[in-house]
Design a binder for this molecule. Structure first.
Ligand code: EPU
Length: 438
C-alpha cells in the first residue's frame, strides 16, 4: 500500500525549480525510435514513471534501451526488434495509454501488434475508436481478443485520406507514426497541432520522414521506405510549468520555472495574467508570482491548441478558488474532468458543476449528461482535509490546494503524481513546502 503524504499548508512557495522534457512528447518520441533502422538519442528526458513504462515496453520488443536518469539521456537501439511474449506485454496492461501508439511502428517492423488493455488517467471514457479507425484506414485488420487487441496488416500499410471528427492528440500521433512508413501519401484533416505534436514531427523529420503541416490543420505525410535514428532535445513540459505557476499563486509565492518557454505557454500566460498573476519571461525560464493584491475572477474554456490546454484546467481551478468573484470554467476536451472539485469543496472551496456549456461556445458535451462546466466563487479560505488522488493533474491540484490550505492535509495515492511530475518531492523541498510521508 502506498504511503500517506501529509502537507502542512500555509508556507509561501519561493525559489526555483527546473522542468525537463514534456511527458506527452517524450513517450511518443520513444515510440518513434522503433521506426528507425539506427539508434536514436533523446535528451532532457524527465525522471517520471511513464518514461519507465514506455522503456520497458520497448525492451520487451527487443529494443536496447540505455538510460541515464540524471543527465536525462536515453539511447534506444531498435536494430533487433522482435515479437514480444504476450505475457510480457500483458504485464503492462492498464499502466498507460501509450501502447496503442506502438501499433503503426510494430506493423511496419513485424507485421503484427498486440495491444494490452490500456490505462491512463480516468478523466472520462477515453475510448480508442479513433485509433482503430485510423489503423483500419491504412489497411490494418483489428481483432479484439481476450488478451487485448491483435492487429495485422496482411496487405501492408497504405497512405490514406483521413478526417478526424475531433482533433485528437493521440489519433493524430497514430496517423503520423503509421503514415511515415506507409506506402504513398497520407492526408490528415482536422489534425491536432499541439506543440508536442510539432516536436514529434521534428523528431520524425530527423529520422527521414516527409511531413508538411498546412495552416488549416491538414497534415500531409509522404511515406518513405526506411527511416534512420534521431538525436533530439525534448520540448519542455508546459503542463508541469503551468502547474507550478498555479502553486505559486495559491501559496502567495514566487517560483522561477527554469526551462519554461513562452511560446508554447502563450495561452496559459494570458490566462494567468488575467487572473492577476505576475510573470517575468526570460530566455532561461519564467518566474510566476502572486501580485500581492487580490486575484481576479475570469471565464475560460479549455480547447485544443492553440486554446487553453485541458491539463492546465485543474491547477487553474484551485487558483480561481482564491480569486475575488465568480469564475466560470468550461471543459470542452474531456467530458468528466471536473469530478476532482468535490474534494476541493470539502476543503472549503465553493465550486458548483453544471451539465450546460457555460461561459463560452457550446461544445460536443452540451446536451449530454456530463458535468463539464464549473462556477467557482471566491476567495475562500481552504483548510486541510483527507483526500485521495483521482488522476495525475487532479492529484497535483490537490497538492496545490493542500499547500495553500490552513492546517494539515493527508493525501492518499500520491504515487500517481510520479507518473508525470519529475521529483516533485525534491522540488517542493526546494521551494520551502512542509510535508512528510508515512
Ligand atoms: N477520444 C475519442 N476516441 C479516441 C481518442 C480520443 O473519443 O479514440 C476523445 C477523448 O475521450 C477526449 C478527446 O477525444 O475526449 C481528446 O483526446 P485526445 O486523443 O486528444 O487525448 P489523448 O491523446 O488520449 C493526450 C494527453 C493528455 C491530454 C490530451 C489532450 C498523452 C499521453 N496524453 O491524451 O494528457 O489531456 O492529449 O491534450 O499525450 C495528462 O498529461 O495528464 C493527460 C491526460
Amino acid at each position: 500500500m502506498s504511503s500517506t503524504f501529509h502537507v502542512r499548508g500555509g508556507h509561501t512557495l519561493d525559489g526555483e525549480i527546473t522542468v525537463r522534457g514534456a511527458k506527452n512528447l517524450v513517450s511518443k518520441a520513444m515510440v518513434a525510435a522503433l521506426l528507425g533502422e539506427q539508434p536514436s538519442v533523446l535528451r532532457s528526458v524527465p525522471d517520471i514513471r511513464d518514461v519507465q513504462i514506455v522503456g520497458e515496453l520497448l525492451k520487451v520488443h527487443g529494443v536496447k534501451v540505455e538510460r541515464d536518469v540524471e543527465s536525462g539521456v536515453i539511447r534506444m537501439d531498435p536494430s533487433a526488434v522482435e515479437k514480444a511474449h504476450v505475457a510480457d506485454i500483458d504485464a503492462h496492461a492498464g499502466s498507460s495509454r501509450i501502447p496503442i501508439l506502438f501499433c503503426g511502428p510494430l506493423l511496419h517492423r513485424l507485421g503484427e501488434a498486440i495491444i494490452p488493455d490500456l490505462g491512463g488517467c480516468r478523466i472520462g471514457d477515453r475510448p480508442i475508436n479513433y485509433h482503430l479507425d485510423v489503423l483500419r484506414s491504412f489497411g490494418a485488420v483489428v481483432d479484439k481478443r481476450e488478451m487485448g487487441i491483435y492487429i495485422t496488416a496482411p496487405d501492408g500499410l497504405h497512405g490514406a485520406n483521413i478526417h478526424l471528427e475531433y482533433p485528437s492528440v493521440g489519433a493524430t500521433e497514430q496517423v503520423l507514426l503509421t503514415a511515415v512508413r506507409a506506402e504513398g501519401v497520407t492526408e490528415l484533416t482536422n489534425a491536432a497541432v499541439e506543440p508536442e505534436i510539432e516536436d514529434l514531427i521534428a523528431v520524425l523529420q530527423k529520422m527521414g520522414a516527409i511531413i508538411s503541416v498546412q495552416t488549416d490543420r491538414t497534415i500531409i505525410i509522404e511515406g518513405v521506405d526506411t527511416l534512420g535514428g534521431y538525436e533530439h532535445v525534448a520540448i519542455p513540459d508546459r503542463i508541469e510549468a503551468g502547474s507550478w505557476a498555479c502553486a505559486a499563486l495559491v501559496t502567495k509565492g514566487s517560483v522561477f520555472v527554469r526551462g519554461a518557454q513562452q511560446k508554447p505557454m502563450a495561452t496559459f500566460l494570458n490566462t494567468f495574467r488575467k487572473i492577476g498573476g505576475g510573470i517575468d519571461i526570460s530566455e532561461e525560464g519564467i518566474r510566476f508570482y502572486h501580485p500581492g493584491t487580490p486575484l481576479k475572477a475570469i471565464a475560460v474554456e479549455t480547447d485544443v491548441h492553440p486554446g487553453l490546454m485541458t491539463d492546465w484546467q485543474q491547477p487553474l481551478v484551485v487558483a480561481l478558488t482564491q480569486a475575488d468573484g465568480i469564475s466560470i470554467v468550461h471543459e470542452t476536451v474531456y467530458e468528466n474532468r471536473l469530478g476532482f472539485t468535490s474534494a476541493l469543496n470539502d476543503m472549503g472551496a465553493h465550486i458548483q458543476v453544471y451539465r450546460e456549456c457555460l461561459g463560452g461556445s457550446s461544445c460536443r458535451f452540451g446536451r449530454r449528461n456530463f458535468n463539464h462546466s464549473a462556477v467557482i466563487s471566491g476567495p475562500k479560505t481552504l483548510h486541510g482535509a483527507e483526500i485521495t488522488v483521482p488522476d495525475l493533474r487532479g492529484g497535483f491540484s490537490y497538492l496545490i490546494a493542500a499547500l495553500g490550505a490552513e492546517g494539515i492535509s493527508a493525501i492518499h495515492g500520491i504515487d500517481l503524481i510520479d507518473r508525470g511530475y519529475e521529483q516533485f518531492r525534491e522540488k517542493l523541498t526546494a521551494l520551502g513546502a512542509e510535508f512528510w510521508e508515512d
